[in-house]
Design a protein around this ligand. Structure first.
Ligand code: PLP
Length: 406
């Protein structure tokens, strides 16, 4: 948003390549913020959307429904963790989080416990940019310290120290355990990104931590909301990141890759216990209704994207990309300016010791023929699942050489 920031105009995009108006082509390392998992301009996606445009592009979702929404709901309930039984569609990830928070509050209201309206979340978490979502995102790394005074006051716990594939000791879980002990009587839900914290720190944490968090929520009768907006649809090597821990939430938010990056759509899934309690309480219906709820084009894109994903050898692809990222980014460890290199699934992160100069580094990447968009200390790659080994090597090679020259 800074006025002197370089902006590159994209004329078209195909597969993993972005074509700029000046004729240059860039290999995309970002999947347009986790979302374009099958690559740009996919013939099956295009055909499905063209077909749906000719039937109905939009119709209100109150009192009316349509085949794309029915089909998408059927697919999502089949692939999401057991115990999630109903789906509320909205327009963006932030709104899906707002919806989850509102549902949690309405749930406790219906149970006669309206004082349970606080939320607990993790530091370095990111859940979106609207007011409720900001109130559970890290105030510093969540990029909204400016609004702190205007936000609901929630409770934050330090991010897990135990890394992915490490055990979670009693000391690792103690901060969360103590916080729940103290705040549970006023807490509606614990809100976390499972396994991978995204935009708030690109941190991968222990599956055992998530298991212990689930057990603590059960013990204290606190709802568990998992934000799978960044991690959902295969990115971490499982269809949903919570599968690494075999943990099922009471509510789950999805978005980003849901439509393969074609259109904006998100959803909040809930257990039957949550949806039934809300329906049976006052006023008998969940109080939220987006105008463009379950837009038929967006549902068609989502449904087609899920078909494409499940038909593809996505597990093999993610393992291949994981190996490519590990090998390709390993040389960054030798750089004095690098603090840490970590890879999980199709996510590769180089954490620098100091924040990078965004404008300088963006230009350096474009000159190297790749699209990589770091923030703060984090230079990271999350390519489309269809990327070839050669293009992946070009991406990691560019990251390695640009970092070396900083
Ligand atoms: C991107 C993101 C959001 C917000 O989604 P938007 O579609 O940008 O509103 C919420 N949570 C997580 C984990 C995200 O990565």
């Amino acid at each position: 948003m800074q006025s002197d920031a370089p902006v590159f105009i994209v004329e078209s995009a195909h597969g993993v390549r972005l074509k700029l108006t000046d004729g240059r082509e860039l290999i995309d390392g970002m999947s347009s913020w986790w979302s374009v998992i099958h690559g740009y301009n996919h013939p099956r996606m295009n055909a499905a959307l063209e077909n749906q445009v000719r039937k109905v592009s939009h119709v209100m979702f109150g009192g009316l429904s349509h085949e794309p929404a029915i089909e998408l709901t059927r697919q999502l309930l089949a692939i999401t963790p057991a115990g999630l039984d109903s789906i509320f569609y909205s327009d963006s990830g932030s709104v899906a989080v707002e919806v989850a928070l509102k549902m949690a509050i309405q749930y406790w209201h219906a149970r006669g416990r309206p004082e349970r309206r606080k939320f607990i979340s993790l530091r370095c978490g990111y859940h979106g940019d609207t007011f409720g979502a900001m109130s559970v995102s890290d105030p510093d790394t969540g990029m909204h310290s400016l609004f702190s005074d205007a936000l609901a006051k929630n409770v934050f716990v330090d991010r897990p120290r135990c890394r992915f594939s490490e055990a979670c000791s009693d000391a690792d879980i103690a901060p969360l355990a103590q916080t729940l002990e103290q705040h549970a009587p006023h807490t509606a839900a614990l809100v976390v990104e499972p396994i991978v914290q995204g935009a708030g720190g690109m941190w991968f944490y222990s599956a055992e931590y998530l298991q212990k968090a689930r057990a603590l929520c059960d013990r204290h009768d606190v709802l568990l909301i998992l934000d799978e907006i960044a991690t959902g649809f295969g990115r971490t090597g499982k269809l949903f990141a919570c599968e690494h821990a075999n943990v099922a939430p009471d509510m789950m938010c999805i978005g980003k890759a849901l439509t393969g990056g074609y259109l904006t759509l998100a959803a909040t899934l809930t257990s039957k216990a949550v949806s039934d309690t809300i329906d049976q309480g006052e006023p008998g219906v969940f109080m939220h209704g987006p105008t463009f709820m379950a837009n038929p084009l967006a549902c068609t894109a989502a449904s087609t994207s899920i078909h494409l994903l499940l038909e593809s050898p996505w597990r093999t692809n993610i393992r291949r990309i994981e190996r490519g990222l590990q090998q390709g980014l390993a040389p960054c460890r030798a750089s004095a300016s690098v603090a840490d290199v970590r890879v999980l699934g199709a996510i590769g992160v180089v954490e620098m010791k100091q924040a990078v100069d965004m404008h300088h580094i963006t230009r350096a990447f474009v000159n190297a023929g790749v699209w990589v968009r770091p923030f703060g200390k984090l230079v990271y790659l999350m390519p489309s699942f269809i990327i070839s080994d050669a293009d992946l090597a070009a991406l990691t090679g560019a990251v390695t050489s640009v970092i070396k020259d900083l």
